[in-house]
Design a protein around this ligand. Structure first.
Ligand code: C5P
Length: 214
């Protein structure tokens, strides 16, 4: 039995962010956006009003989903906050933690043997939502770690004031950023549960079941 999400507004973020260095170069990551798009699609199928804030990805918009395309972490932050108020935020995007201090107006030229690009921290969308007056009732973050999954996830639950952390079990065959499949361990303050390995489309439904269980 899958619960209906009719009447709920859900904001989902997906994909990477690109942080420009100069007019032709950027800092990015290998997130495909598939997990977030699968969550948005599953939520819309269950009747939710879904806003999908997408970084630069090559994916079709799921039926019934309102999509907002962004490029940088700052743009994603603004688009997510512009979509409030919402009943839930599911932060599947791989948001850059650092962005170049300034975007060079002209293409950087080759000069010395090394190049230093000074970066500054980006604003943390999830943590800012956790502390905001319009905090969605259900706040879900993702975590991609290579070790101590439980330790980092539980730390994020507290530090970012979120309700669930879905941690990617990286290193498993057929899981992770560029794969159609994934394996997640979901943590909440007094429990945890392993999902998959399975298709991201299937996991998306299972994650929604958990998050909206009561
Ligand atoms: O602490 P870490 O960056 O690993 O946490 C990952 C979670 O935090 C993801 O849900 C990601 O979308 C979110 N995040 C964010 N804003 C940032 C960095 C990460 O919302 N600037």
């Amino acid at each position: 039995m899958t619960a209906t999400l009719a009447g709920l507004r859900i904001v989902v973020s997906a994909g990477p962010t690109y942080e420009d260095i100069d007019p032709v170069r950027f800092l990015g990551n290998r997130s495909s956006g598939r997990m977030g798009f699968a969550v948005a699609a599953a939520a819309a199928r269950r009747g939710a009003d879904v806003v999908l804030v997408a970084g630069p990805v090559h994916l079709e918009t799921p039926p019934g989903v309102q999509r907002v395309d962004v490029r940088s972490a700052a743009q994603m932050h603004a688009a997510v906050f512009a979509a409030l108020p919402a009943d839930a935020y599911i932060g599947a995007a791989a948001v850059a933690d650092y962005t170049p201090r300034a975007v060079a107006a002209d293409k950087l030229k080759k000069r010395g043997d090394t190049l230093v690009v000074e970066c500054v921290r980006t604003a943390d969308i999830l943590a800012d939502l956790g502390a905001h007056a319009l905090r969605p009732r259900r706040l879900v973050g993702f975590a991609a770690e290579t070790g101590d999954l439980a330790g980092y996830a539980r730390d994020k639950l507290v530090r970012k004031r979120v309700d669930f952390i879905a941690a990617n079990r990286v290193g498993q065959p057929g899981s992770g950023f560029e794969s159609e499949d994934n394996a997640l361990t979901v943590y909440w303050p007094d429990g945890e549960c392993s999902l998959g390995p399975a298709a991201k489309t299937l996991l998306a439904g299972q994650l929604l079941d958990l998050v909206f269980a009561n």
